[in-house]
Design a protein. Sequence first.
Length: 265
Amino acid sequence: MAGKSSRLGAKTDGKAVAVKAIAVIDGITVENELLLGLPAKERESAFPRLVFVQLRRHDVLHEPGAPIKFAHFINSGLASVLSVMADGKRLEVGLTAKECFVVLPLIVGLATSQTLTVVQIQGDAFRVNAAALVQLLQQCPTLEKRMQRYVQFLAMQATHVAACNRIHEVHERLARWLLSCQDRIDSCTVPLTHEILAQMLGTRRSSVTVAAGQLQKAGLITYRSGVVQIESRARLLQVACECYQSMRRQAGNWSTEASADGHPR
């Protein structure tokens, strides 16, 4: 069986307590938030078309301008959506993880994208052929609605990043990025080099080295051999620019709105 879903719960003193929906595709537990909790009819349509794949660090999920062959529902790990300049310089405009899918233009029937999507932290995903996804969305209105809403979420990220890179100090932006990364991978350990962080933050490597040194000296992080360890999330929150809380607040508002009309994210 390609996919199934079940609900696990328990009773205490005769009262039902927390119940969690579990979805499985070919023996793999589904963590992607767009796929979790789909109506049974949509699971039956979607899950058999999804193929489980491993995502290795630096894997390119999509090249700018190239025809889109596949969409990926990320199950674990982290990928960056990058804008690439003519001289080859890259700037991150969005983070994608288990709350999302790659790539967005397929939702509105477009076959190419101007961005580059690269895996930064290894993990796995459920992949679907681009043409199959377009057909699938016609049969899965809940999934389509969730994907449309994610487009808006990523656009919100991009606008904040644009303002953040222009206004805020590098150490504030680094704190914001590390917190956003931690939210998505559920870990205090972030395996990234200063070179990659410089691309993500749109600044020089030397500036990232100085910023990371500030955070490390203050006891907020430690950095060794390409691995950042978050030592104090609470204090990192105090240092991070306002963009982090602003994005979380707006995402929470949209989630509440979506739940109110019967289409939770």
